[in-house]
Design a protein around this ligand. Structure first.
Ligand SMILES: [Zn+2]
Length: 437
């Protein structure tokens, strides 16, 4: 017998009795592919983009993962070019449209549409997924994009209120000192937000010698989860850490952990997720890392079929010890094409710099710009009030093997400056990347 609320939700969605226990992987997949065929039919019938893109596809021939290669992929570029051509319902039925400005160089924003039913399914996922983290009468401090009334981030508050708990939001997610006051005043016991924000909050919390016993759980989402930041958060608050994967294209919710370090259980009733080799586009076996692609299974306004997320991850093989039937996503380590190529022909990632730079107590966040022509790595630190640039940070960077080689062989210059020193940080809700100029 499984007690996790997400298993009840899966049974509800599959029209199975609530006490019928686990769903077998075969049963789950067969049910998902039934929904996937319906999604193809709905998209071909109602979306100008898919009626063209999926011309000649026979939905009844898509029976298992091996058949997915008969379906072309959908790229973020397709979405940018003509978002309206994806729309499958009338404008009257669109409850929410979100414009996503691009963090990359292409500039054109993406636009996504959701019906009230699409939004409700996300609220349900949050409600059942957050059940083990939040008790009745408790408060969640949430750092979410679009948390205005009616905004997509607000779906989270709705799900929390269904659990008998409440949500508080900061007005400015970069203003960490104000967020710290909100955390103290609200007595919130659960934190939700990007790892870098919660990490900065933990650093300030510790600098004020505040107690360990207030926060009992933190759900980290929207970007990389640097191990060094997770350790700081966990040690500072003495709390359990849960990871979440999702993006606006998944209507925020995508996958959530059952306990720390277990991998994130997928939102199987609403998405079929696959992992593809970034070079060949072919599916890779469970346990192998590749690009995450998903197909929506219940989306009415704007179904997405084999959407290329650009995120890299892997499906963890085998069942979870918690007994949940949903597959698990593990090891979401970064995004395609975001590492920089050093003149020594080695790639440098934000994940590597996180581990070097975030280990210093006074460092809350940082930005990195790589100047290819003049060969300089410019690091702008956000530090805690009354902190300084850590004395041995420069040495730590130049002794990191890849950087050490580039300094010696190519005379790379590493410049470190202070950006913010009032406790605020520069990161927003976008992915933190090394920029190039
Ligand atoms: Zn589990």
């Amino acid at each position: 017998m499984i007690n996790h609320p997400l298993e009840c939700w899966l049974n509800l969605r599959m029209d199975r009795p609530l006490n019928s226990g686990s769903v077998s992987p075969e049963e789950l997949q067969a049910w998902q592919f039934g929904l996937l065929r319906k999604t193809i039919s709905h998209a071909v019938k109602s979306s100008p983009f898919y009626s063209k893109q999926l011309q000649g596809v026979v939905p009844d021939e898509i029976l298992s993962p091996a058949d997915l290669n008969k379906l072309p992929v959908t790229t973020p570029e397709d979405l940018r070019k003509n978002p309206n051509s994806f729309l499958c319902v009338s404008q009257d039925e669109v409850a929410r449209a979100i414009t996503l400005s691009s963090s990359g160089s292409s500039g054109t924003p993406k636009r996504l549409f959701f019906t009230s039913g699409d939004l409700e399914r996300t609220t349900e996922f949050f409600q059942y997924g957050m059940g083990p983290l939040v008790g009745e009468g408790e408060t969640v401090l949430a750092l979410l994009p679009d948390s205005r009334p009616g905004g997509v981030g607000n779906l989270f508050a709705e799900s929390i209120s269904r659990l008998g708990a409440k949500t508080v939001y900061p007005e400015d997610p970069s203003d960490i000192p104000t967020i710290l006051n909100l955390l103290l005043n609200s007595r919130a016991s659960c934190l939700l937000g990007p790892a870098i924000h919660i990490h900065a909050l933990a650093r300030l919390w510790k600098s004020k010698r505040l107690p360990k016993n207030q926060v009992r759980s933190a759900l980290l989402c929207w970007d990389l989860l640097p191990p060094v930041a997770i350790e700081t958060i966990s040690n500072t608050f003495g709390c359990e850490i849960f990871s979440h994967w999702g993006m606006t294209e998944t209507c925020l919710g995508g996958a959530v952990e059952c306990f720390q370090g277990s991998g994130m259980h997928l939102r199987e009733p609403d998405f079929y997720l696959e992992i593809a080799d970034p070079e060949t586009g072919l599916p890779v076996p469970d346990g192998t890392s590749g690009e995450i692609l998903f197909t929506t299974l219940s989306r009415r306004a704007m179904p997405l079929i084999r959407y290329k997320t650009g995120d890299l991850g892997q499906i963890i093989s085998g069942p979870c010890t918690c007994g949940l039937s949903m597959r698990r996503l593990g090891d979401v380590k970064g995004r395609l094409d975001t590492d920089i190529l050093l003149p020594t022909s080695e790639y440098l990632s934000m994940a590597e710099l996180n581990e070097i730079i975030l280990q210093y107590v006074g460092v809350l966040d940082f930005k990195v710009n790589y100047q290819q022509q003049s060969l300089a790595l410019n690091i702008a630190l956000d530090i805690a009030p009354e902190s300084k640039i850590p004395t041995d940070l420069s040495r730590a960077l130049t002794s990191y093997p890849k950087l050490s080689r580039t300094v010696l062989e190519n005379n790379l210059k590493i410049n470190i400056i202070i950006d913010n020193n009032d406790g605020s940080i520069s990161s927003g809700f976008g992915k933190r990347l090394i920029t190039s100029s």
